[in-house]
Every structure is written in C-alpha cells, then in structure tokens.
Design a binder for this molecule. Structure first.
Ligand SMILES: [Zn+2]
Length: 79
C-alpha cells in the first residue's frame, strides 16, 4: 500500500502520484484493484472533441444562413 505524506492517506494500486494533492507516494506498489480503461477514455475524449467541433460548426453555419437568407426570423436559435 502506498502512502501520501502530505495528505496522510493510503492509496491502493500502482500509481505514483497522490490522487488528491499530486504529491509523490512512498511505499511498495500493489497490483491494480480496478481495470485500466485508458484506451476507452482516450477514445471517448477523441469522439467528444469531434462532436464538439461539429456542433460548433453546425451552429455557426446556421447562424450565417439565418443572417443571410432570413434575417427577420431568428430560427437558428432552435439549433
Ligand atoms: Zn496527497
């Protein structure tokens, strides 16, 4: 079990830094209790960035189309 000298908490697993304060942990590493999901997390973030980018583009295109074609009616607010 690893120990953080700053927080005085015991941390299970093989991480090197304290999850609370980021200080370096001392003690012997253990086998990880939880499975690693790093691959899934990385893929999830990439997909979320793509959707965020596409959403911003869609909003900008709708605002521009609204401004050019129908300036009296603010229909792009629904987008
Ligand atoms: Zn700590």
């Amino acid at each position: 079990m690893r120990i953080c000298d700053a927080c005085h908490v015991h941390v299970r697993g093989s991480i090197d830094r304290c999850p609370l304060c980021g200080a370096k942990l001392r003690g012997e590493k253990e086998e990880n209790v939880f499975p690693r999901l790093q691959m899934y997390d990385h893929m999830y973030r990439k997909i979320m960035r793509i959707f965020l980018f596409l959403s911003v583009i869609a909003v900008m295109v709708c605002l521009a189309a609204n401004r050019v074609f129908v300036p009296d009616l603010f229909w792009s607010m629904f987008v």
